[in-house]
Every structure is written in structure tokens, then in C-alpha cells.
Design a protein around this ligand. Sequence first.
Ligand code: PRP
Ligand code: URA
Length: 210
Amino acid sequence: MNSNVVELKHPLIQHKISRLRDKNTGTAEFRSLVEEIAMLMGYEALKDLPLEDIEVETPIEKCMTPVIAGKNFAIVPILRAGLGMVSGIQALVPTAKIGHIGLYRDEKTHEPHEYYCKLPSPIEERLIVVTDPMLATGGSAVAAVNFIKQHGGKKIKFMSIIAAPQGIERLMEAHPDIQLYVGHIDRELNENAYICPGLGDAGDRIFGTK
Ligand code: PRP
Ligand code: URA
């Protein structure tokens, strides 16, 4: 597999994804699971977050010790479903700035349509983690990364809980420079471009809109 694609095989993540898949898992639990999985995935995806040394006085003596460096990080959820992953990552980096990209998939063509884009500046200096629980055809992911690059974004990671092989291929072909973190790579897409076995419509299940 492409070395820029990381499938997280941690048992805690796999267990929680199985709970997400279950059609009997209700909205409240589904939302918590998405948040927890995002936090666990964030631990891996943020392992190269830049650090800077600061001076701290311990009860024993002064020392130089590393902290997350300044204005260097942004989380950019793809609306709506990507919003569900933000709080999990924000719990790891409470100072993270949050951008938003609004996209919806046309039900017939499955192509993405943009309705909103607002990113924190200076976007070009930040490590950007784009979140969307589902990477299906890859159309939304490619469009989101296109927007971020058009606004000057350079260092981009994409985090998805479930991905279809087609989506991974399309995203990495369009943007070979990004790093993709996925919780599980599923079998295929069905005729409606839903991931199989998947978990259904992530946005509807997070926000209880079905
Ligand atoms: C879902 C999902 C992704 C997209 C994935 O969003 O959250 O953004 O579909 O599909 P793709 O890889 O084929 O583009 P949807 O368009 O249903 O919008 P929503 O989050 O507002 O429900
Ligand atoms: N969007 C979803 O929410 N689920 C899928 O399976 C595909 C796209």
C-alpha cells in the first residue's frame, strides 16, 4: 500500500468501529464513538506535530521542556459529518483553530457541491487535519483538499474512519503529497456509492436526521 496511507489497526479503534456499524447503535452512542475514534486516530496522526522548548520551573529546578509550537495546527471538518470528529482531536490540542468546508454529495451524480469554506489564517503555516468519517468515491475529499490548497494550505493530513478502496485511490492520485489516516478499509461501494459494509449515512447517524 502507498506509504502515505495509514490504516489504524488498534483493537480499540476496531472495536469502536464495529459498534458504529451496528444499525441498532443510537445517536448518542454513535456520536460518542465518532469522537473517541477521532481522538485515538489523532494520537497517531499528530505524532509529528512540531514542538518548541520552553523554560519551566519544576519543584526541583528550572528546565527546558517541549510544548506544541504556536500557530501551527488547524482542524478542518467537512460539513456535516466531519464535525463529529472535531471534539475528539480538540481534546488532544485544545488550542487548535477550526476551519470549515461545506460540501454535500448530489444524490444522483454523487459529485460534491461546495456551499461554505472558511479557514483560519495563516493557513499556509499550519498542519491541517481534514476530518470526514466517510471516504466513499473520494469526490468530497478531493474537492476539500483542492479548496485548502487554493487557499494556500500546504501540509495536509486527511482523517477518515471508514474508507472504500476507490476513494483512497482517487484521493491519493489527485493529492499524492497528503497523508491519509483511515480506521478501516472496507470492501467496496454499492450502486448508490455507499460504502459496504460501511455504517450507513454518517451525517444522519451523528445528527439523528434520518
Ligand atoms: C458524506 C460524507 C462525506 C461524503 C463521502 O457526506 O460525510 O463527506 O459523503 O462521499 P464521497 O467520498 O463519495 O464524496 P454527505 O454528502 O452525505 O453530506 P452530510 O455530511 O451533510 O450528510
Ligand atoms: N457517505 C456516507 O455517509 N456513507 C457512505 O457510505 C458513503 C457516503
